[in-house]
Design a protein around this ligand. Structure first.
Ligand code: OAD
Length: 230
C-alpha cells in the first residue's frame, strides 16, 4: 500500500525555540525594521546596504541556530509517511533536522542570487557586501522573496497541498499571501492540525484540531499519535 501524504506548512514560530525571532510577535523583527525598507524591491533600490546588513544578520543567526524538537518531530514523520514541508522560513533548520523534501516559499538565506538573472543562485554562508558580483557582473542580493515580488514556488506547493491526506500548520500567523491561501487548496475532508501558542483565526477551516502549544511541545504529541496510527 502506498504511504499517506502529509503536508506541513510552517512559519517563523517553528524556529522561535531555536532562537530565531518571528516577525509579528511582540518582540518580532517587524517591530524593529520596516518591511518596505528591508524586504521590498523598492527598499533594495533605495538602500541596498541596509538590506544586505539586515539579511547578513539573519544569515549569522541561522548559522548559530540548531533545529529544535519541533523540526525533529516533523522529520520523524518520514519513517511512515510521504512528507512535504512547505515553509515560509528562509532558514535551513528543517533540512538539518532531517526533512528531505522542503519547499521554501520565501527563499533561502544561505543562498545569494544575481540581480540580472534570477536563475543564477549560489551557496552563501558569509556576508554579502556591496561589490560582490555574480558571473554576469551584477551585484548579488540575498535569495529572498520580498514583498511585491512573485512567489515562484507557490504553484508547486499548491499542487502538493491539494494531494495531502493530512495537513499540519505550525507557527504562522497566516497573514502573508499567497502562502496563507494554501489552506484553500486542501480538500475539506482532510484532517488538519494547527500548533501555535497563539492560534490564528481558522474559523473558516473544516476538520481542524488546534493545539495551543509551542512547536516543541505540540508537534511531538501529534507526530506520536500519527505514527501510531499506521
Ligand atoms: P509571524 O511572525 O507572522 O507569525 C509567527 C507565528 O508563530 C505566530 O502565530 C506566533 O504565535 C507563532 N509562534 C511563536 N512562538 C511559537 C512557538 N514556539 N511554536 C509555535 N508557534 C509559535 O511569522 P510567519 O507567519 O512565518 O516573509 O510570517 C510569514 C512571512 O511574513 C515570513 O515568511 C516573512 C514575513 O514577512 C517575508 O519576509 C517575505
Amino acid at each position: 500500500m502506498s504511504r499517506k501524504k502529509i503536508v506541513v506548512l510552517t512559519g517563523a514560530g517553528v524556529s522561535a525555540e531555536s532562537g530565531l525571532r518571528t516577525f509579528r510577535d511582540s518582540d518580532g523583527l517587524w517591530e524593529e525594521h520596516r518591511i518596505e525598507d528591508v524586504a521590498s524591491p523598492e527598499g533594495w533600490k533605495r538602500n541596498p546596504e541596509l538590506v544586505l546588513d539586515f539579511y547578513n544578520q539573519r544569515r549569522r543567526d541561522v548559522l548559530n541556530a540548531k533545529p529544535n524538537k519541533g523540526h525533529k518531530a516533523i522529520a520523524l514523520l518520514e519513517e511512515k509517511f510521504d512528507v512535504v514541508v512547505v515553509t515560509q522560513n528562509i532558514d535551513n533548520l528543517h533540512e538539518r533536522a532531517g526533512s528531505t523534501n522542503v519547499i521554501h516559499l520565501h527563499g533561502e538565506i544561505l543562498k545569494s542570487q544575481s540581480t540580472v538573472d534570477a536563475k543564477l543562485i549560489y551557496e552563501c554562508e558569509g556576508d554579502i557586501l556591496i561589490g560582490d558580483k555574480c558571473e554576469k557582473n551584477s551585484q548579488l542580493r540575498p535569495f529572498i522573496v520580498w514583498f511585491n515580488e512573485a512567489v515562484p514556488m507557490i504553484e508547486i506547493a499548491a499542487k502538493e497541498v491539494s494531494l495531502a491526506d493530512i495537513f499540519i500548520i505550525v507557527g504562522t500567523s497566516l497573514q502573508v499571501y499567497p502562502a496563507a491561501g494554501l489552506i484553500n487548496y486542501i480538500h475539506p475532508t482532510v484532517p488538519k492540525f494547527l500548533v501555535d501558542p497563539n492560534v490564528p483565526d481558522v474559523s473558516h477551516v473544516r476538520n481542524i484540531t488546534c493545539i495551543a502549544k509551542k512547536g516543541s511541545e505540540g508537534l511531538p504529541q501529534i507526530v506520536e499519535v500519527l505514527l501510531k496510527q499506521v
